[in-house]
Unconditional design. Structure first.
Lengths: 270, 265
């Protein structure tokens, strides 16, 4: 029964998403430029890293293709989460304009509606670019069956962690409706942090990124395993396999926050 | 003066959103911390990269975060209102007014920029000063030159955003062009990485494009990298682009009003 429910929600999600894709296609030039532009932003992002390496042999012991592995895996996880549920950031606007009230009257769970609303394929640009960088970096990895498994679980868990961060921090807007940018510090901030080897940060930051905002599990710990490196910060080796746990915990915490946010919600009355 | 009145009201309009401002300062500061550590790692491996030392580099990071909203690097500001009014057809009313459109929106955007400078600009700068001990302008003259450079940065950025918004006369929706232009702005302004690090022809190209006026030129003025005639040349570079682009704005506007039928409401 629960299975059927989940499948139904997923179908509703795709129906709403398809609606928005067709709506965006009403302005075809903009649609194409948006996709290209997003690819360009992230593409130039990597060019930035590459230029950094024109002045360096390695960044705190990590070479360009090792940093590319970190960058590609985190970008890929972010792109997946952002494409699927990035709209949740706009919840403040829905509250302000009263659209959330309309959504509450519809027979589809609120979270599904909010995530699928204004679904946009423009993030495909980021997805493609991240996949290319990740693919290139992968050719330098010494693959074993266990490493393949860790790599797959890394991408899935990374997506879950970002999913959790997007949903969880967007809930701040149930309490204050115009502080959307607050969430950016953790979602896009988390994505930016993970572009670099985490040993460039002081140990306190690494501890925070492990236990408080667990983005270190998005790529840092599993990549250490893929690259066969010992942890420069001397964290337990088990962390390198703990990404799925971090993903599930982040997601569960976010769903709890979401529930209490929705319970707290009283309409603006507009 | 009608333009002063427009600017004052734009300033007040943005100051309504206090929580948004605080959230923004917090976010800029988080990014400031991240990039500071990244640059410190880069400059500890190569202490003279791009002719900067580690303190220059960290100062550059925080100036970039402070300028991000002031110059509306991602786009937005008064020109977003214009694009929306073109889409709805309300721009017809703007065209009726006895004041030029470019001047009207420039005044409004300067008002916005003043508000963002006092909040989103000063906030991260203070935090950078307290936490990472960034350097301050070495003399009153440097500070004054920075102020001039900053205003010019906003004008150049406004003109580019105005051109982007004008694309709505033809495309109806500016968002695609806006994202493209934002991508170039981030890369070529030096926001992503100081332009002094760009190698060879890419560096020469980046330093000649108008986006260099956004972050690289004001930051170099603040850091005291330009003195004497060199300082005048740096500011002259910004003035040149400001004039060229504002003239282009007028030209595009004239083309648009002649060629385009405004959408009825």
């Amino acid at each position: 029964m629960a299975e059927a429910g989940a499948a139904l929600h997923l179908r509703s999600y795709f129906q709403i998403a398809w609606l928005w894709i067709r709506a965006a296609w009403q302005y075809p030039t903009s649609f194409v430029l948006l996709a290209l532009g997003n690819g360009l932003i992230t593409g130039l992002d990597f060019v930035g890293l590459w230029i950094m390496f024109a002045h360096l042999d390695d960044l705190k012991g990590f070479t360009l293709h090792e940093v590319a592995l970190l960058y590609g895996s985190a970008s890929l996880a972010l792109a997946v989460a952002d494409t699927a549920i990035g709209s949740v950031e706009r919840i403040g606007t829905y509250i302000r304009t009263g659209r959330l009230d309309q959504m509450l009257t519809k027979p589809v769970p609120l979270l599904v509606q909010v995530c699928a609303d204004q679904f946009t394929l423009r993030r495909l640009g980021r997805l493609t670019q991240a996949a290319v960088v990740f693919g290139w970096a992968c050719t330098y990895v010494d693959w074993t069956p266990l490493r393949v498994l860790v790599a797959v679980s890394m991408l899935l868990s990374g997506g879950l962690v970002f999913f959790g961060l997007f949903v969880g921090f967007s809930c701040v807007q149930f309490w204050t409706t115009d502080a959307t940018e607050f969430a950016n510090a953790f979602t896009y901030g988390g994505a930016t942090v993970t572009q670099y080897p985490l040993n460039i940060f002081p140990r306190e930051v690494l501890v925070g990124l492990t236990f408080v905002i667990p983005v270190a599990f998005v790529n840092w710990y599993p990549c250490l395993y893929l690259l066969g490196r010992s942890d420069p910060a001397g964290m337990p080796e088990a962390f390198q396999f703990a990404s799925p746990l971090a993903g599930v915990l982040t997601m569960a915490a976010a769903l709890l926050v979401w529930r209490s946010g929705v319970r707290h919600y009283t309409s603006t009355g507009s | 003066m009608v333009h002063v009145a427009v600017a004052t009201r734009a300033f007040r309009r943005y100051s309504t959103y206090r929580a948004a401002t605080l959230a923004g300062i917090f976010t800029n500061s988080v990014f400031g911390v991240i990039y500071s550590f990244a640059y410190l790692a880069l400059w500890s491996a190569n202490p003279t990269a791009g002719g900067y030392d580690a303190q220059d580099a960290v100062t550059y990071v925080w100036l970039g975060q402070a300028l991000l909203m002031t110059i509306a690097l991602w786009g937005g500001g008064a020109t977003d209102d214009l694009a929306e009014r073109i889409r709805t057809g309300d721009v017809a009313i703007d065209l009726y007014r006895p004041v030029g459109i470019v001047g009207w929106y420039l005044a409004s955007d300067l008002g916005r920029a003043a508000y963002h400078l006092l909040t989103r600009g000063v906030g991260p700068t203070l935090i950078g000063f307290l936490v990472f001990h960034i350097s301050l302008p070495s003399s009153p003259l440097t500070a004054l030159a920075f102020a001039v450079s900053l205003v010019l940065a906003v004008v150049v950025s406004f003109a580019i955003r105005f051109l982007v918004a004008s694309s709505a006369f033809w495309l109806l929706d500016q968002s695609g062009v806006k994202v493209m232009s934002g991508a170039f702005a981030i890369f070529f302004s030096g926001m992503m990485l100081p332009l002094v690090l760009f190698p060879g022809w890419l560096g020469t190209l980046a330093r000649a494009l108008p986006w260099a006026s956004y972050v690289q030129v004001p930051a170099d003025v603040w850091l005291g990298k330009h003195t004497g005639v060199d300082l005048l040349a740096a500011l002259g570079f910004q003035v040149l682009w400001a004039v060229v682009l504002l003239v282009a704005c007028q030209g595009v506007l004239r083309l648009a009003t002649r060629k385009v039928v405004v959408q009825g409401g």
